[in-house]
Structure formats: C-alpha cells, structure tokens
Write a protein that binds this ligand. Structure first.
Ligand SMILES: [Cu+2]
Length: 150
C-alpha cells in the first residue's frame, strides 16, 4: 500500500501541473489566455512552440470557440504599437517561437463571456505538416500587458 501511494504521489505532479503538449517533433509549452474585464470583447493567448524535429513546419491556424481567432504580431513604429495579422508562423528545426505580451499572440475576438482566471479555454493548433493539436489555454491575470490598447 505504501509503495502504491508513493508511486501515485510521484506521478501526480506530472499530470496535475504539467501544461505541455506535443505532436511529432513539436512541443507546445504553457498556453495561457489573458483574463478579461466584463466588457472586453477580445483577449490574447500566449504559448511557446519548440521544433525538436529535423524538418521545418508551419503553424497555419489556431481554432477556438470564438467568432474569430487569428495570429497577430506586434509591430512598434515610432513608438506606436500596432497589430499585424500573420498567415502562418514558420517553425525551423531547433527553433523556439515564443508568443508573449508585446509580441506574437493568438487573438480571440468576439468574446461574449468574460475570461476569468482559472478557466480553461479549449483550442486547436493546426500545423501544416504535423496536423491538429488540441490544447487548453489556462486563463491567467496578466497585469501590465501591452495588449490593453488593442
Ligand atoms: Cu492582436
């Protein structure tokens, strides 16, 4: 009995806290979505994708249950940040692409409900070669996010 408990205890942290996904050589770490105010109609998602394989791939779409979901990059010109729609994100072998506040992000648009910390937002990453990968974005409070002016 003692051994079983010990084995379970050692397994628990992995299943309970790891928040990573993988498909083929692509590893996706810690997808999160920004908690919103009651009236917000958009939010942003962040994650990182590492290509541990030997061939390049591309993220061609992100799906989630919102009227529109896009990948945006943030471009700063003359001190003014603006959003650019990205058709795809190239993932070269050995490369990690980081989606983070002030840079690349998944844009969730047309929200009808508030995103509250602790919620999980199901989504799907679609890769040109590796195919579809179902993930969950953990909703977190992100203070000082440069995305507020979107
Ligand atoms: Cu955006």
């Amino acid at each position: 009995m003692k051994y079983v408990a010990a084995a379970l205890m050692s397994l628990l942290p992995i299943s309970a806290f790891a928040h990573d996904y993988a498909i083929d050589g692509l590893k996706v770490a810690h997808p999160i979505a920004k908690a919103t105010t009651e009236t917000a109609r958009a939010s942003a998602g962040y994650l990182s994708i590492t290509n541990t394989g030997e061939t390049s791939d591309r993220l061609v779409a992100v799906e989630a249950d919102f009227p529109r979901v896009m990948v945006h990059d943030t471009v700063v010109e003359d001190g003014v940040a603006s959003m650019v729609h990205m058709d795809s994100i190239t993932l070269e072998p050995g490369q990690t692409v980081v989606f983070e506040p002030g840079g690349l992000h998944v844009m969730f648009m047309g929200l009808s409900d508030q995103m509250i910390e602790g919620q999980k937002i199901p989504g799907t990453l679609i890769f040109e070669n590796a195919g579809r990968l179902d993930i969950e974005f953990n909703v977190e409070n992100l203070d000082g996010d440069a995305h507020a002016n979107h």
